[in-house]
Design a protein around this ligand. Structure first.
Ligand SMILES: *Cc1c(COP(=O)(O)O)cnc(C)c1O
Length: 462
């Protein structure tokens, strides 16, 4: 299996190289050169298998033999044994034909665990084989940092440095990162905002001289292995509800478009999907693009669903590449225009996207209303991200006969403030997180200066 860039200029890479690389040298994102496909029989055969066994069948073609089958299966089994539910990503019925896919049973209570538990193990495997070490650097305003730390804490060949804005993440989110006291985990509180932290990470990727040749790896959702791992739950949920014999639809709370893009890949590989609904909060670039062909930036708005607060949606580029029939030059031109001014998609690619994708945007007042309404009607307490999906699924659904699967991307305990604002007394943390607020924390506080941060990384990596 080879991987090519969405902008058509960077060299094609193998799976191992693409996992270790992150962004392509031409500024694009890597996608598979050809997609494997599942026959109806291959899908039907997956019904009733364990999550890990389905994961092995879905992931194997993308690895292209670069990890032997026994090892790959073992990495997958280990990754998903960290989840507290035997089904890993279980389905829960909300009404006659609407289901929640609970993605929050991993160590940090949000869907990013599904990909990062596996990515850490795959990276460590390749580094060990090469006799190399690598450094991970990332900036976080919340969910990604803790999921990346949990995914890498047991990786011998990786050191991970996560920057967060000092005093500007919630206590639960900070403690999920800073109470991991492993030797290879370094939390840095930056005296600045998220953008300062992000800018220093970007600058470090652009010029890696400060690491004297040690590889710097990105674990944000531009890393192909994250998309690959996320395809699995679409297939698992689909076959559980009757695929390939009947179609299913998905509604996905979206920001960088990594989650829903993985679903689209599963569809392209043969999973019969009737409709994808893209749910956004008030940061609605995806909704404006799909509904009004308004592909333009707006100011960032802080919402009750903070993990969906984005201005630009990085993985949307992967979908554009498909919609533009893999014309890297056209994608590069569109994104170049988008950098400087409001842009619009060409008619044919937009029409193609609209055949499969619908969208809906949900404001904060509606999020609170939906948390109350869903609880009244189903007994389920939704987190604010999932609440956007619940409402979008109702409003944008094409037909009632096809099962609708809304992705529950976070546990309500992780966003207890919104749940309390909706009128509930609060949410208990799950058992494995009891005591989080009393555990010892470790983090460095550094000024928002690139030199200081790079010196800290260079001196502390092992
Ligand atoms: C990251 C995140 C999202 C958005 O996922 P994308 O892949 O960026 O679209 C939604 N909900 C939660 C809870 C998240 O952490």
């Amino acid at each position: 299996m080879r991987y090519i860039s969405t902008r058509g200029e960077a060299p094609a890479l193998s799976f191992e190289e693409v996992v270790l690389t992150g962004m392509a040298s031409d500024g694009g994102l890597y996608v598979p050169e050809t997609l494997p496909s599942f026959t109806r029989d291959a899908l039907a055969d997956m019904a009733g298998l364990s999550y890990a066994d389905i994961a092995f069948r879905v992931i194997k073609p993308f690895v292209g033999g670069e990890i032997d089958d026994t090892t790959l299966h073992q990495l997958i089994v280990e990754a998903y044994s960290t989840f507290s539910h035997d089904a890993v990503v279980p389905l829960r019925q909300l009404d006659a034909n609407h289901f929640l896919l609970e993605q929050f049973h991993g160590p940090t209570l949000a869907f990013k665990d599904v990909a990062l538990q596996l990515l850490g193990r795959i990276l460590d495997h390749f580094l060990k084989k090469r006799g190399e070490r690598a450094v991970i650097m990332g900036a976080t305003s919340g969910d990604t940092g803790s999921a990346a730390i949990e995914g890498c804490r047991h990786c011998d060949n990786l050191d991970i440095f996560i920057l967060h804005p000092h005093n500007r993440v919630s206590e639960v989110q900070r403690r999920q990162m800073t109470t991991v006291l492993a030797d290879n985990v370094f939390n840095v509180a930056i005296e600045g905002n998220f953008d300062d932290a992000q800018a220093m990470v970007k600058a470090s990727f652009a010029d890696q001289a400060f690491l004297d040749g040690t590889r710097l790896v990105a674990v944000n959702s531009i890393n192909w292995a994250r998309i690959m791992a996320q395809m699995v739950y679409y297939v698992a949920a689909g076959v559980a509800l009757g695929a390939p014999h009947r179609e299913v639809s998905f509604c996905v709370p979206s920001a960088n478009f990594g989650n829903v893009f993985a679903g689209y890949m599963a569809y392209k590989m043969g999973l019969p999907v009737k409709q994808f609904i893209v749910a956004t909060n008030a940061n609605d670039i995806l909704h404006r693009t799909l509904a009004d062909n308004d592909f333009s930036r707006r100011e960032l708005e802080a919402t009750l669903a903070p993990s969906m607060d984005i201005v630009v949606s990085s993985n949307f580029e992967r979908l554009l590449f498909d919609a533009y029939d893999r014309d890297g030059a056209a994608v590069a031109a569109l994104l170049e225009r988008f950098q400087h001014e409001p842009a619009a998609l060409a008619e044919a690619p937009l029409a193609k996207l609209r055949e499969k994708f619908s969208s809906h945007s949900v404001d904060d007042a509606t999020i609170l209303e939906v948390i109350r309404e869903a609880h009244r009607r189903t007994g389920e307490l939704l987190d604010p991200h999932t609440a956007t999906g619940y409402r979008a699924a109702e409003r944008a659904r094409a037909n009632a006969a096809t099962p609708m699967i809304t992705l529950a991307t976070a546990h309500p305990a992780k966003f207890a403030d919104a749940v309390i604002e909706a009128g509930f007394p609060g949410v208990e943390l799950p058992p494995h997180m009891e005591g989080l607020l009393e555990r010892e924390e470790r983090f460095a506080v550094l000024p928002a200066e690139l030199d200081a941060v790079q010196r800290f990384v260079a001196e502390n990596r092992r």
